[in-house]
Design a protein around this ligand. Structure first.
Ligand code: ARG
Length: 463
């Protein structure tokens, strides 16, 4: 059975009780209880260090370990009773510990403050969430590689200004998405480097008068090192801002993928089929199948960018060192991490089942004079200046438009009317297959290059 301790820990200095509304208003336990396991982890390391430097006896350490173990289990089972009177996750756990083990529980807070404690907890929490985000991100990358491999030869129109520009392969298009995610992964990795530095020992702001061993605590908690400056350690949340910025870029990328999927799934494009499991119907229009997953992901990008703005504004103009403002860092951070994990997961689950409608993609590329540049390049190879070639092709496109035909459907004689340099071999390059195959250099859209890019990517991500 858990008990609720209704005593306020820091009340001795106060002549009056806290106003009931203020108590509720200032409490963070409603949301920071999510960091309970990290709080316990941090306390276990701190206690082990206090024992090593002689502040806790072996017996007291054993009691603390047992008590925290029990509390961790109570929380995991959902039996722990959280109290607003204890304000936050840190004081709730400490109060319960003292209930359970008595005096040793009251010694745990020696040489630390909630300021370095919370700065530690949130780093531990974020470190593990970034791990979970990277798992989903990698799943999505793998899904993209598989689909790209399947669609390496699939021809579709490539767009600029959302107007048909040149033919590309669908595999190449998907590999563009893959590249964006590679940079996202690197940004998270980079964010981890600066996040993984340990604040514990900074205490309230100035450090502590006990002979603490910060290297020991850092090692126990798997931080790369203790932080260099106590004031900085308890105050800055730049690591959280970096994370939200990296997260915003991920969501910006996902919103772009989403937008394309939504467009492609429309009857007007009709390039892909999104399986029923990832769509819903309309409550009024029986014919509708809506691409809800990409739409929702596109929409959720807004809240993550919003969180980035919140965190930037939260930190702006804050004097050193800790200020209560910082309590406001958690909700945007938690929501950013949740949103990223869920959106990446939804995409990773959905992508392998997105079906390319190859014929529609092909026909659409054919309709847009997508090989006009190829004809210009052909004329250049025959000795014409590019600007003149551009002009000649413009005339050929006009004829195609007027007669409702693609360039490859014009007769050789008609084409030769624009330039005698044109020979029968022109039809090789006017075909979509010839156009994409010709772009056979690193970074190009030729199926051979796409396959090479996929193989290199598999080596890079290790699958
Ligand atoms: N709940 C607080 C937070 O999230 C913990 C630190 C409180 N420190 C203090 N000096 N009031 O920031």
């Amino acid at each position: 059975m858990t008990t609720v301790n209704t005593e306020k820990l820091s009340s001795a200095r106060f002549a009056e009780a806290t106003d009931a509304f203020v108590e509720e208003f200032t409490a963070s336990v409603g949301f920071d209880q999510r960091m309970a396991q990290q709080d316990i982890q941090g306390s276990l390391a701190h206690a082990a260090m206090l024992c090593k430097i002689g502040i806790l006896t072996e017996q007291e350490l054993a009691d603390i370990q047992r008590g925290l173990g029990q509390i961790g289990a109570e929380i995991a089972r959902g039996e722990f009773v959280w109290s607003i009177k204890q304000e936050d996750v840190h004081m709730n756990i400490e109060a319960r510990l003292t209930d359970l083990i008595g005096i040793a529980g009251k010694k745990l807070h020696t040489g630390r403050s909630r300021n370095d404690q919370v700065a530690t907890d949130i780093r531990l929490y974020l470190r593990s969430d970034i791990g979970a985000i990277m798992v989903q991100l990698k799943r999505l990358q793998l899904a993209l590689l598989d689909v790209a491999e399947r669609e390496a030869d699939t021809i579709m129109p490539g767009f600029t200004h959302l107007q048909v520009a040149q033919p590309v392969t669908f595999g190449h298009h998907l590999m563009a998405w893959f590249e964006m995610l590679c940079r996202d992964q690197e940004r998270l990795q980079d964010c981890l480097k600066r996040l993984n530095v340990m604040p514990l020992g900074a205490a309230a702001l100035a450090g502590t008068s006990y002979p603490i061993d910060r290297y020991m605590t850092a090692e126990l908690l798997d931080f790369s090192r203790p932080s260099n400056n106590s004031l900085d350690s308890v105050s800055d949340r730049d690591f959280a801002i970096e994370f939200a910025a990296a997260g915003s870029l991920i969501m910006m990328h996902l919103s772009r993928f989403s937008e394309e999927l939504v467009l492609w799934a429309s009857a007007q494009f009709d390039f892909i089929d999104i399986p029923d499991a990832f769509c819903t119907g309309s409550s009024i229009m029986p014919q509708k199948k809506n691409p809800d997953v990409p739409e929702l992901v596109r929409g959720k990008s807004g809240r993550v960018v919003g969180h980035l703005m919140s965190l930037l504004m939260l930190m702006k103009s804050q004097p050193l060192a800790y200020n209560k403002d910082n309590q406001e860092d958690k909700e945007p951070l938690f929501d950013t991490a949740d949103t990223l994990i869920n959106c990446l997961r939804a995409f990773a689950d959905m992508m392998p089942h997105v079906k390319a409608k190859r014929e529609n993609m092909y026909n659409s590329a054919k309709r847009g004079f997508a090989t006009a540049t190829d004809l210009a390049d052909y004329l250049v190879r025959k000795g014409m200046a590019f600007r003149d070639a551009h002009e000649v092709v413009g005339l050929a496109v006009r004829l195609g438009l007027d007669s409702g035909r693609d360039l490859s459907e014009l007769a050789l004689g008609e084409l030769q009317g624009f330039s005698p340099a044109i020979g029968a071999d022109v039809f090789d390059i006017l075909k979509l297959e010839g156009s994409v195959a010709a772009r056979n250099h690193i970074g190009g859209t030729a199926p051979a290059q796409v396959r090479k890019a996929i193989a290199a990517a598999r080596l890079q991500v290790g699958v």
